[in-house]
Design a protein around this ligand. Structure first.
Ligand code: AMP
Ligand code: ZN
Length: 463
């Protein structure tokens, strides 16, 4: 049984698909005005794990992800400035070039992190027609109003407004949210279509029944998810920051238009934070995957680090934690290489109990720390032979996505002192001078290396 924590209702629930054996998943994608930071990437890794768990359980997965290349302001509730325009000015490029550049960079990061690409990747700018149609549908139902040149969603016309974020109806009436937009009847109302742009230089504009302009940010996800997954689908994901505004408004738009339930399960990932506090693209204090690579880490070290924390727990990024993940992944790869060299056949019966334990962990609302514990239990199990361990690890890696089968022996290029000492030790070993050989081993190890004497000679690795 697969259980997931549903933000809608705030409890763990058994997953029941709309169509037997199939699952439709929509994940909010990046706003392509800058590189993704490792916080964003934590969310994409969690969503990838979720998708892989469905595949592991034999589901047919249909995954749709959007690319926000228009309409997203620095404040999620229509405040601030246009993110694409900001980037275009910063970089002296057109907004279209900015979008292309950061979309490409995003998919390079996805590939490095071994994140399976969505079956459908859809750009907001290519779905303006669908967004206009959806706004018209809302308009016909009397849920919108025009003011100051913009089209707004009137939340007082949607009785369930705020159900995902548990916003209280009384608070909504009192207008707890402060907004500077005097056109809004209620501070929680939001823009569906901007015509009187507050940004005169906005270059991304389209004709619409309400005049030339561009869409508000939230409408794209409603329009595109329903186009590709239908008006009722299984799962919608994102980071927790999206609960109170973006996803709340998406529900208002979709359910307001169709008059029926839109998404069954809302799954949200907690934030990655820095020791100094929140990280954000808008805050300008962010770390990219490239920053980590520049410091000698592999993208998959970061993936491993994310697996050590439950997706609904905040994770504090620290270099020593990443170092720890890197070492664990290296040890796992070394073990994998060792097991691969062993001969023997795998006994399916012995594998079964491990697969069950692993499945229990991942199916319990993505308990990846527990799943990793099962991985290490199998690695250290003296009752499993090499072939069995490889079979188990290959199976688990369908979910972990650590590319274990691509593990290669690390060749350390020795230089200077260490190189000299290793050569001396080789000589001592040939001369069967074990005392000297041991002394040299200690010296080499104190320089940060690990030695392993094998029939093919001595292998040296970094500790
Ligand atoms: P954005 O590109 O800003 O639209 O964000 C892309 C995804 O990253 C969204 O699902 C956000 O909820 C998520 N996100 C943003 N900041 C963080 C963070 N610090 N940790 C985890 N996820 C984040
Ligand atoms: Zn979205």
């Amino acid at each position: 049984m697969l259980k997931l924590f549903n933000t809608l209702g705030r409890k763990k629930e058994e997953f029941k698909p709309i169509k037997v054996g199939e699952v439709g998943i929509y994940t909010c994608g990046p706003t392509v005005y800058n590189y993704a930071h490792i916080g964003n990437l934590r969310t994409y890794i969690f969503e990838d794990i979720l998708k892989r768990i469905f595949l592991y359980n034999g589901f047919k997965v249909k995954h749709v992800m959007n690319i926000t290349d228009v309409g997203h302001l620095t404040g999620d509730a229509d405040s601030g400035v246009d993110k694409m325009l900001l980037a275009a000015q910063r970089e002296g490029k057109t907004a279209w070039d900015v979008a292309k550049f950061y979309t490409d960079a995003f998919f390079r990061d996805m590939e490095k992190l071994n994140i399976i690409k969505a079956d459908t990747v859809c750009n907001a700018t290519q779905h303006i027609k669908e967004m206009i149609e959806l706004i018209r549908r809302l308009e016909k139902k009397g849920i919108t109003y025009a003011a100051g040149g913009n089209v707004y969603y009137d939340i007082s016309k949607f009785k369930d407004y705020g159900k995902l974020a548990l916003l209280k109806q009384d608070d909504l009436k009192a207008g707890a949210r402060i907004d500077v937009d005097a056109n809004k009847k209620n501070p929680y109302d939001f823009v569906l279509w901007f015509t009187k742009s507050k940004f005169g230089e906005q270059e991304m504009q389209w004709d619409s029944p309400w005049g030339r302009g561009y869409p508000g940010w939230h409408i794209e996800c409603s329009a595109m998810s329903m186009k590709y997954l239908g008006e009722h689908f299984d799962i919608h994901c994102g980071g927790i920051d999206h609960i109170p505004i973006h996803h709340t408004n998406e529900i208002a738009q979709s359910e307001g238009a169709t008059g029926k339930k839109w998404v069954n399960y809302w799954i949200h990932g907690e934030f990655l934070v820095l020791e100094t506090g929140r990280m954000g693209k808008s805050l300008g204090n962010f770390i990219t995957l490239q920053n980590l690579t520049d410091q000698g880490f592999d993208a998959l070290d970061y993936r491993y680090m994310c697996l050590t924390a439950h997706y609904r727990k905040q994770l504090t990024f620290a270099l020593d934690a990443l170092e720890g993940a890197k070492n664990s992944l290296r040890r796992l790869r070394e073990k994998y290489i060792e097991f691969r060299k062993e001969t023997g056949k795998a006994d399916e019966k012995k594998l079964k109990s491990y697969k069950e334990k692993f499945t229990d962990a991942v199916n319990d609302d993505l308990n990846m720390p527990q799943a990793l514990a099962v991985v290490w239990e199998a690695v250290d199990d003296k009752n499993l032979n090499g072939a069995e361990k490889i079979a188990v690890l290959d199976d688990f890696d369908k979910v972990l996505g650590l590319r274990l089968s691509e593990s290669k022996e690390e060749n350390v290029e020795l230089t200077g002192e260490a190189k000299k000492l290793v050569e001396e030790r080789e000589k001592a070993r040939k001369a069967k001078d074990w005392k000297k050989s041991d002394e040299l081993r200690n010296k080499i190890e104190s320089l940060g290396y690990e030695l392993k004497d094998t029939p093919e000679g001595t292998k040296v690795k970094k500790k």
